[in-house]
Design a protein around this ligand. Structure first.
Ligand code: NAD
Length: 457
């Protein structure tokens, strides 16, 4: 029998023992791996091969590029051979960290010209992603590019084209999509665990100076130690400005604000979990409320996104909020809300909450009650669990490790990655349109299937 959303939902409920209120909780789904009541561990059963060695190079050796490299090097068969950055301090750090024998340069094209480099990690600020990605694939390199894939909505098609033309593996770095948490959420949604998806929401709250992009500026920062001319060579020309180099996220020429930095992760996860291609309407509101430090981007941003009905999901709404002002540092979540419950999703766990009240849908029981007449006292129900936590097993290496494993496996086996250029563009686009909506003070419209901005009126 072909599986429909309804039959799959019934299957899930059956496993939970809630298909009929009269049925006791079967709990088979919990019995395995259960340590404490309504708690089950997530684990991978597939193993990864480490056949040929893959040589990698890092372009943009700051915080995330370095962290990506550390993750990549945990995977068997991966060797770092070269590093590129525009600041002397980062190149010196790279040699200290990964060995004096690695090749270092300030010119990324020197990395791309090296025959011993199979794949590059791009960890530069957002406004360099497109140029380096396209150049790298045309130079024959596989690419792991940090999110958001592009800095402007117009930049996506060139990367998709380069990937198609060159056949290189291209993975975008929203690592959550490869995590056990996202995988479990996808499985639960498909199984009908929250019923019909109607609404989703995500949230961040930060306050610490570094968290809100007031990064420390090295004491030796100067035009002698920073290659400023190369840095601004693809954008507006300005005199050397250390803040624009080390705190680039605060300026629209280089970064993509809260939407490109943070919302994009949730678009990636949401699209992976639901199979959605993206929203059709984007509206943002917000303001610069607290951090009057010369930044050009808001420190409070609210985005609403309308997802239309498709063959894989019903129409639903998404609300994303971010503030850099409230002091509850680090608070973040993605929640999917359905007609029968909700799921809070992180990379490492999923907390499934089921509605407390529900209608008995057992037709035989309903018939019995009808026949019993008006005086019949309804029998008490066996109640289903209200909350179940699925948590990654101890020792789980996490979404970043899984995401790089997915990337290297695709290179080794000629397979597919979970977050290719098309997926990456569909995740970046609503984030970038959210910024456009904020700055233009109007709703933006998007055709997620054909990936084009729609002009209304
Ligand atoms: N996936 C994630 O969870 C995650 C987390 C943080 C950052 N990021 C992304 O990673 C990227 C880097 O962010 P970051 O926090 O590491 O910034 P960063 O400022 O710490 O690092 C950027 C580095 O790029 C170098 N650089 C700038 N232009 C360059 C160029 N043209 N060629 C070579 N090097 C260049 C800078 O000198 C700097 O060292 C951004 O796109 C960001 O959105 C992703």
């Amino acid at each position: 029998m072909k599986e429909t959303p309804e039959s799959s939902r019934r299957g899930f409920l059956k496993k939970l023992g809630t298909a009929s209120a009269a049925v006791a909780i079967g709990s088979n789904v919990f019995a395995r791996d259960t340590k404490t009541g309504l708690f089950t561990y997530l684990k991978r059963t597939d193993s990864f091969s480490a056949n040929d060695r893959i040589n990698i190079a890092l372009i943009g050796a700051g915080g995330q590029g370095s962290s990506d490299t550390e993750t990549a090097l945990q995977i068997p068969g991966i060797k770092l051979v070269a590093v590129c950055d525009l600041y002397d301090g980062r190149l010196a750090d790279a040699k200290k960290r990964w060995g004096a024998d690695i090749f270092t340069t300030k010119v990324y094209k020197e990395i791309l010209a090296r025959p011993d480099v199979d794949a590059v990690i791009i960890g530069t600020p957002d406004f360099w992603h497109q140029t380096i990605s396209v150049d790298a694939m045309h130079a024959g390199k596989h690419v792991y590019c940090e999110k958001p894939m592009v800095h402007a909505i117009t930049e996506g098609p060139a990367i998709i084209k380069a990937q198609k033309e060159t056949g290189k593996v291209y993975q975008v770095g929203s690592q959550g999509v490869s995590s056990l948490g996202n995988e479990k959420a996808k499985e639960l949604l498909k199984a009908g665990a929250i019923g019909q998806l109607n609404y989703a929401e995500g949230f961040w709250a930060r306050r610490g100076a570094v968290e809100v992009w007031e990064y420390p500026i090295p004491a030796d920062a100067s035009p002698q130690t920073v290659d400023w001319e190369t840095y601004i060579s693809n954008t507006v020309k300005r005199p050397f400005d250390e803040k624009r180099f080390f705190r680039w996220r605060n300026y629209v020429d280089y970064g993509t604000g809260m939407a490109g930095d943070l919302f994009v992760h949730l678009f990636s996860s949401l699209h992976f979990i639901t199979g959605s291609l993206g929203p059709q309407k984007v509206y943002a509101s917000g303001g610069l409320r607290f951090w009057h430090d010369g930044r050009e981007v808001p420190d409070v941003l609210l985005g609403t996104f309308d997802y239309g009905e498709t063959t894989v999901h019903p129409a639903f709404n998404l609300s994303l909020r971010c503030n850099f002002v409230d002091g509850t540092s680090g608070t973040t979540y993605l929640r999917l809300v359905g007609s029968e419950g909700a799921m809070d999703i992180t990379w490492d766990d999923v907390v499934l909450k089921r509605n407390k009240t529900f209608q008995n849908d057992d037709p035989f029981y309903a018939e019995k009650m009808r026949n019993a007449g008006p005086g019949a006292v309804e029998r008490k129900h066996m109640l289903p669990p209200e909350e179940i936590t699925y948590a990654a097993e101890k020792g789980y290496l996490g979404g970043p490790y899984d995401h790089f494993t997915n990337f290297f496996n695709a290179i080794r086996s000629g397979g597919k990655v979970v977050e290719d250029a098309t997926f990456g563009y569909r995740a970046a686009a609503p984030a970038l349109l959210c910024n456009d909506s904020y700055f233009k003070n109007e709703a933006m419209h998007w055709d997620p299937e054909n990936m084009v901005v729609v002009k209304k009126g």
